[in-house]
Structures are given as C-alpha cells and as structure tokens.
Design a binder for this molecule. Structure first.
Ligand SMILES: [Zn+2]
Ligand SMILES: [Zn+2]
Length: 505
C-alpha cells in the first residue's frame, strides 16, 4: 500500500493512550513496537529516510508489548465498559461461546460448531450455546485475538475489585444528587436498587454490571430513567418484602407516582425527538424498565375501569390500542433511529443482544402443538362468531407462531428470560391480531390464555410472579362456559405434550 508521503506521523500512526498501542490508520490494526520499521517498509513501501520521522515519533511513546495487550484469557482483554469499541480498529460481527468457563470468540458459525465439538464434546446449538457479539482484534496474523465488549462477555471479568465497584457506585450517587432534588426516601430507593434490585434483573446474558453501573449512570442525565429506576426499586421492595401494611401503602404510592412522572417526561422526550446519544441510551434502558414495571403490575391496579388485555389496551388510543409497553418495545429502534448502531456497541450492548438471538425451532413437538391450537380455532363453541377468510388467516398465523413460541420456551426451561418471552410471541404479532384482542373476541382470548403457558416459566422472578395466573383469569372472564371448557382441554393437551417430550430425553 503506497502512502502519500506527506501524511504526518500522528495521522498514519494513531496512538491509543489507554492501551499504549500504535494503530496504523491505513491498515486498521495495531503494530508491534519492534515491527514498526518493517511495517512501513514492507506494507507501505517507504524508503529508509522517509521512515525516520515515523519511527522517531513512535520512539517517544510509551508502548506495551503485544503479550501485555493480548492477555491469556479470551474475550476479556479489556477491563472497562467504556473501552469498546477501541477507536481505529474495525468492529466485525462475531460469535461468543456461552459456556461460562470458556467464552471462545470466532467469526463464523462453522468455526463455532467445530469449537463445540473439540472443546465441549457435543454439537452446540445456536439458540443456547453461543451469542452474536461485536468483535475487534488489535493484531493480525499470529497475534490475532478477538475481544468483545466487556459488558457483553459470557466470561466474567477477572474479579473487578470491590473497591472499583464501590468507586463507581459512589460516582453514581454523587451524579444523581447533583442533578436532581432527590428526597431522602428517593435516596433510600436508589440505595436499594444499587444493593439489591439490579441483581434480580441480570439474566443469562451476564448483564448484572450493566444494570448495576451503566443504567443508573445513564439515568443521572435522563430524569425519565431516573424516576423509572426509583419506581422499579419501590416495586421490588413491595413485591419481595412482607412489610407492615402502612409501609406497603407508602411503597405502592411511591412506585406509581415515580412511574407516572417517568412516563410523562419520557413521552415529552419522545415528542421532542431525541437528539443525543445519551438520551437515546436512556430511552432504550427506560423501555426495559417500563416493561418490567408493567409486568409486575399487570392485573393488580386497574383503576381506569377499562380492562387492559396485556397486548391491547383500549385506553391507549394514540398508540393504535397497543399496550404502551408493547408499543415502545416494538418501536424502540425507530425512536432512537440515528443512534441504534452506537447503542449496539455501547454500554447497553448486552441489552440489545438479549433481543436478537434466533431461537425459533420447528419440529415434531411444535407441529403437534400447532395442530391442537388450529383445531381449537374451528371448535363448535365459537359457532356464533363467524370470521372472514382474511381473519381466519390472521388467526392461523398467530396460532402457528404461538406453537413455535411454546416449543422454544420449553427448550430454554429455567433460562428463559422475560425478553425471550416477549420476543417469542407478542413482539412479532400482526396488528390485526392485536385488534382482535382489543375486541376481546373469544378466539383471541383463547390464544392469549395459552400464551400463559410460556409466562408460567417466569413465575419465580419477582417482576413476573403471578402474572400468568392474572392474565389467564382475565382472559377466562371474557369466555363463555363452553369456550372455557375448550380452553381447559387445550391447555391440558399442550402441557401433556410438553411433559411427554421431557420423558423421552
Ligand atoms: Zn499500515
Ligand atoms: Zn466454548
């Protein structure tokens, strides 16, 4: 690669101070200190006298040896969330092995499959055994070692010392206090969140640190997220502690007041069209917090008098009757449109990752479940409710997707996350079907009740505890006696198929 010889040393050789490494901006990889002269000669065809200014420039810089940069454990080269992506190095799309003691990184499914055979002695499965991650490498050739965003890595960072976590937490508390007029009660809610609530939000994507440090840090500059976190902390206390009833009333009032404030500021922010990366990070985090708040409250406080049907909410006229949590989950990437890629590589990257792993699998079990659901749609008990061919197609599609979803949720077992449960069915449902839910048609109520089979798997996390039972009884109330009997039979048969296949394994 011939160089324009007028290019200044500091332009060609980008010095990354944090890692003490020189990155060639033309080749986009790091150069070992001892190999600089050869790089300029062989790759850029520079004559000796032209190389001098570059080697002089480099000689003045403190540089690390490649062994210090590459490290020994894969995936954990970087130590801090802010370090990824390293400027000057390209980001490629890759895969990470999810075995917690491994974390192997590579760039193709084929390589990952051979890794699983060689290292873990079985063929891995795309749904559970690896995840997509952005990758970078400092060097090429023999020294090529991929690394990813530390917050994304399945391999835990070499024990982040408690001192540095404390340091981050103190920073967060200071930042919150300087930006808002927090009451003492809010300060204790923040303390509870930082001590306890964040842990309950972490899932198999290893994002405890994201919820503990990154989200509250972003909240310090986005008041809607700050109120959202206070509401979540109050709700967490309410759902997990059996306190005095006076305390419970106080917590309930705080949770709903903070959530209300959060929604008002959030909607105003969206209306004003967000313009900064920080605001967009806040929006994405808030959509998650809002969903958790919605799930934990569903069916408990329906003060409006209009029954909220989980997917559809007749009071949400402006959102096309979609429930607001679902509306924002569906439209999050549009709301932050110019910043979506930045978010995918930034401090919230592992949240984005929990949305994009393909896990739908079609097999014998899913087709048996589909058969049960489809034949239920034609049952006599719906005789008074004729539907057009066009609607029939919409129901068939929703039923088929639900069958795949129930099947996939079974694969996950206790590893299922709330985001999996949402991604499996509600996220991709057609608006026509949601419209049927809004009209409370008996067929749509029946399918929605069957979705509770998936939600049951989440019963041991505090924000979804009892949700499946509450949604199931809401939908049942909309059905007539014969239809309820059908629903009972359908759910029994699906459950027995799910059990049968477990015995076979
Ligand atoms: Zn170069
Ligand atoms: Zn592995």
């Amino acid at each position: 690669m011939e160089l324009d010889t007028k290019i200044q040393p500091q332009e060609l050789l980008y010095y990354n101070k944090g890692h003490q490494v020189i990155i060639c901006t033309s080749c986009q990889y790091a150069i070992q200190p001892t190999a600089l002269d050869r790089h300029l000669k062989e790759i850029h065809a520079l004559h000796r006298h032209l190389r001098q200014p570059y080697t002089d420039f480099a000689a003045r810089l403190p540089l690390k040896q490649p062994s210090e940069l590459v490290g020994t454990r894969r995936g954990t080269i970087l130590g801090d969330d802010e370090d990824f992506p390293v400027p000057g190095l390209p980001v490629v799309s890759g895969l990470q092995c999810l075995d917690p003691d491994c974390g192997h990184l590579c760039v193709s499914v084929k390589r990952m499959q051979s890794h699983w055979k060689a290292e873990h002695h079985k063929s891995g499965c795309a749904a559970l055994d690896w995840q997509t991650v952005p990758l970078q490498t400092f060097f090429r050739g023999n020294l090529l070692r991929y690394f990813t965003h530390p917050a994304l890595s399945a391999v835990k960072l070499p024990d982040t010392s408690s001192e540095s976590v404390d340091h981050h937490i103190r920073g967060i508390q200071d930042a919150w206090e300087s930006h808002t007029d927090l009451k003492d009660s809010d300060k204790s809610l923040l303390a509870h969140y930082l001590q306890s609530t964040h842990l309950s939000l972490a899932n198999r994507h290893g994002n405890a640190r994201l919820w503990q440090i990154n989200v509250p840090r972003i909240a310090a500059s986005n008041s809607f997220l700050l109120y959202g976190i206070l509401a979540l902390s109050a709700q967490h206390l309410l759902n997990t502690e059996q306190g005095q009833s006076a305390d419970r009333h106080r917590l309930m009032a705080m949770a709903s007041e903070h959530h209300r404030k959060a929604m008002a500021v959030f909607e105003a922010t969206i209306d004003a069209k967000p313009s900064s990366a920080l605001e967009c990070h806040g929006i994405i985090a808030f959509i998650h917090v809002n969903t958790l708040l919605y799930f934990s409250n569903y069916g408990i406080d329906s003060l409006s008098g209009i029954e909220d049907l989980f997917l559809a909410d007749a009071s949400q006229l402006g959102l096309g009757y979609l429930s607001s949590w679902l509306h924002y989950v569906r439209h999050g990437c549009h709301l932050v449109c110019g910043f979506w890629d930045t978010i995918g590589n930034g401090p919230l990257a592992s949240l984005a990752a929990s949305w994009d792993i393909p896990i739908i699998m079609e097999d014998e079990r899913s087709s048996q479940i589909a058969t049960i659901l489809l034949s239920a749609l034609d049952h006599d008990c719906f005789d008074g409710h004729q539907i057009s061919d066009q609607l029939q197609t919409i129901y068939v599609q929703a039923a088929n997707e639900l069958a795949l979803a129930i099947n996939a949720a079974r694969e996950f077992g206790s590893a299922l996350t709330i985001w999996d449960a949402i991604r499996l069915w509600p996220l991709t449902l057609s608006l026509d079907f949601v419209d049927e839910v809004k009209k409370e048609t008996p067929r749509s109520m029946t399918l929605l009740a069957c979705y509770c089979i998936i939600l049951e798997n989440l019963d041991d996390v505090w924000f979804a505890e009892g949700l499946s039972t509450r949604l199931f009884s809401t939908t049942c109330r909309k059905l007539q006696k014969g239809q309820r009997e059908l629903l009972h039979e359908v759910t029994q048969r699906i459950r027995s198929i799910l059990r049968e296949f477990i015995l076979e394994i």
